[in-house]
Ligand binder design. Structure first.
Ligand code: HGY
Ligand code: MN
Ligand code: MN
Length: 410
């Protein structure tokens, strides 16, 4: 029976639709920044669905939400899930799909009265995106013990808010110490957010390796001055220095090639007045590579460029690391089960790496972990245009179901 088991795809899609109303944007995207009112609404909805299913619900001290389904034996559970927070003006599948597919797996097993040897735990991690609070993947970092609850609570948002105060404000400051429930294994289902599966016409991605992420804040200091009366050769233009740095990021990506990525997502000038040469500029840098040495090289090149720029442009430049997440390989014993499940279900699959960061790369530090991808239309994500076909979403959830079932009998 278990081998033929399939999820209820219309229920999964209905829930995705309902969750997408929380933080819904006019343009079809969602904004559910961590610990915002919209994030609270999404959390409340997920919590209600967990309770409806009769699961044991836990919220830990950094707001991670767990729905636990008891097994025949009191063993470490198989854990699976993702995150409910989104970037601003993001898509409705990033994170949400993995959390709701986890719920759907538990619902399907309950519908068919399937008992598993191990308990099963669906989880939604707090602040995976890092769009409001750094570090990103804060909830899973606290879960594996690589970030103290105290440091998590002290985190300052880009908006000046304080993580702990906001967590209390939305009512998700749980009492459980993160990581109390030590899983047997962790599996994360996610939309690919890239173009590979769609381009190759493959349904399932068996993710074996995930990129490293290096987040930096760069501040340039020059001299605010009159836009008209200051001769070009006398300028100490902090804005120009910032622009040259952004230009050089692209050069780093081109020179290192491979899957080196370099992005500036935030840029502020001060005093940000049309007729004043910026005296100060602040920008963020997102460097990625699946190779840790190459990622380090990328940062070194940026720092060396900034040193040259200080000479040439007579500016001061400060570079502060905001967060660093090393690249991670996933557990072969879990990726093999994912591949076997896809094969048994008759889905095409291919092994691949992830250019996006995920809570799974943090969980992999401590527990046997792997990920499952489904195609993203046009490879688009972190955008209202993010879309995955219902039949692909269903396929991914079925592979998650059978992967979990096999792990639960170990
Ligand atoms: O930034 C990322 O790669 C992920 O979407 N948080
Ligand atoms: Mn995600
Ligand atoms: Mn994301």
């Amino acid at each position: 029976m278990a081998s033929l088991l399939k999820v209820n795809a219309s229920r999964l899609n209905r829930r995705l639709e309902q969750l997408a109303q929380k933080g819904a944007q006019e343009n079809g995207g969602v904004s559910r920044l961590a610990l915002s009112d919209a994030d609270k609404e999404g959390r409340d909805l997920f919590l209600a669905w967990l309770k409806e299913l009769g699961l044991v619900v836990q919220v830990d001290q950094v707001g991670n939400i767990i729905g636990l389904r008891l097994g025949q034996e009191d063993l470490p559970p198989v854990m699976f899930g993702s995150h409910l927070d989104s970037v601003r003006n993001g898509g409705r599948y990033d994170g949400a799909y993995g959390v709701l597919a986890a719920l759907e797996v538990l619902h399907t097993l309950t519908d068919h009265n399937v008992q598993t040897r191990r308990p099963l735990a669906a989880i939604a991690f707090t602040n995976e995106e890092g769009a409001r609070y750094v570090p990103d993947m804060l909830g899973s970092l606290a879960f594996v013990g690589d970030l103290s609850v105290e440091d998590a609570w002290a985190a300052r948002g880009f908006d000046g808010s304080q993580f702990g105060a906001e967590l209390q404000r939305i009512g998700y400051a749980g009492t459980l110490a993160p990581g109390t429930l030590c899983p047997h294994a962790y599996v994360e289902l996610h939309v690919e957010q890239g173009p590979v599966l769609e381009q190759e016409g493959v349904t399932i991605g068996v993710v074996e390796h995930v990129t490293g992420i290096d987040w930096l804040e760069v501040t340039t200091f020059g001299a605010a001055n009159h836009a008209g009366t200051t001769p070009t050769e006398l300028r100490r233009d902090a804005g120009l220095a910032a622009a040259r740095i952004i230009q050089y990021l692209r050069q780093i990506a081109l020179d290192l090639g491979g899957n080196q990525r370099a992005t500036c997502g935030i840029l502020h000038f001060e005093p940000e007045i049309i007729n004043v040469i910026p005296g100060k500029a602040t920008l963020t840098v997102d460097l990625r590579n699946t190779d840790a040495e190459a990622l380090q090289e990328a940062e070194q090149r940026l720092r060396a460029f900034a040193a040259r720029l200080m000479q040439d442009d007579q500016v001061e430049i400060e570079i502060r690391q905001l967060a660093y997440t090393r690249p991670e390989k996933f557990a072969p014993q879990v990726t093999e089960i994912i591949a076997r499940s896809a094969q048994r279900l008759g889905y095409s699959y291919r092994r691949m790496v992830s250019g996006a960061g995920h809570d799974a790369q943090i969980m992999a530090r401590k527990y046997p972990t792997a990920m499952i991808f489904v195609p993203s239309r046009g490879g688009i994500s972190h955008s209202p245009q993010e879309y995955s076909r219902p039949e692909d979403l269903e396929a991914g959830a079925n592979v998650l179901l059978h992967t979990v079932l096999e792990l639960a009998e170990q």
